[in-house]
Design a protein around this ligand. Structure first.
Ligand SMILES: C[S@@+](CC[C@H](N)C(=O)[O-])C[C@H]1O[C@@H](n2cnc3c(N)ncnc32)[C@H](O)[C@@H]1O
Length: 246
């Protein structure tokens, strides 16, 4: 299934409302991971990027990219949506970086182009991982790292679509997680833990860590409601994969 046209249409239509609602949280400080804005300083997933060639896969308005550019990385942001790229251009600070329109499924870069490929609910949440992961691996140099944050299978399995919040009971099957048809014809992607391991290893990557961000009770989630409110303190809502190309 080719989800690129519908996802591009969706993000073009949604961009303005999305940035209005979420940019204050995503852009509040540099290097905040996920829906609970957990600082990378606590998780230590990305490391020092000074002087590194970095690709943000599905960069949106570039909150991450502009922070890493300001730290001295040679960042490139790629995104499917021209509206999201326009938001990134408007928000670009003094540290300029190039933006490219394209899809995680077909990266328009030569092999061995980057030291780090990463995203936070970016291309690896919105493109089929069996296509996007090998592409990310291809453009990495040997020793380069792929680091990305996605929703956890726990969260997906416990999410009650009708009620619109995460629950403490299983709502949907775990086996068979893959393409998730959302509103407006948009498709997101989620894999079981085993399928993530197979896709990453199949692309020749070594898994160094699987970080499960654990927000403190009371940490706001700007995206999803949960019942109980401290759901993500008790169960892992997100999975932050840390890998490298040997
Ligand atoms: C949730 S945003 C992630 C950006 C930022 N980290 C954030 O949280 O806003 C998802 C981004 O992925 C982009 N996207 C969706 N499908 C994509 C694809 N196949 N390839 C590259 N980017 C894609 C969307 O346009 C959107 O900007």
């Amino acid at each position: 299934m080719d989800s690129i046209p519908a996802n591009r249409r969706f993000w073009n239509q949604f961009s303005s409302a999305y940035q209005h609602q979420h940019d204050p949280q995503i852009g509040a400080a540099p290097r905040l991971w996920g829906t609970y804005a957990v600082p990378d300083a606590h998780l230590r997933a990305l490391g020092d990027v000074t002087g590194k060639r970095v690709l943000e896969l599905g960069c949106g308005a570039g909150q991450w990219s502009r922070a890493l550019a300001a730290e001295g990385a040679a960042v490139v942001g790629i995104d499917l949506s021209e509206a999201q790229l326009a938001a990134a251009t408007r928000a670009m600070g003094a540290a300029r970086y190039p933006l490219v329109q394209g899809a995680a499924e077909h990266l328009p870069f030569a092999a061995d182009s980057f030291d780090l490929v990463f995203c936070d609910y970016g291309g690896l949440s919105w493109a089929p991982p069996h296509l996007a992961v090998p592409q990310a691996a291809r453009v990495l140099r040997r020793g380069g790292r792929l680091v990305f944050n996605v929703a956890s299978p726990w969260f997906e399995a416990c999410y009650d679509e009708a009620a619109g919040h995460a629950t403490t009971t299983l709502q949907q099957d775990y086996f068979g997680l893959d393409a998730i048809a959302e509103d407006d014809g948009v498709t997101s992607y989620q894999l079981t833990y085993g399928d993530w391991v197979r896709v990453l290893r199949g692309a020749g990557l070594v898994i160094d860590d699987l970080i499960e961000p654990r927000p403190d009770p009371g940490t706001a989630n700007g995206y999803n409601r949960t019942d109980p409110p401290d759901w993500a303190h008790r169960w892992p809502a997100e999975t932050l994969w840390v890998t490298h190309k040997p």
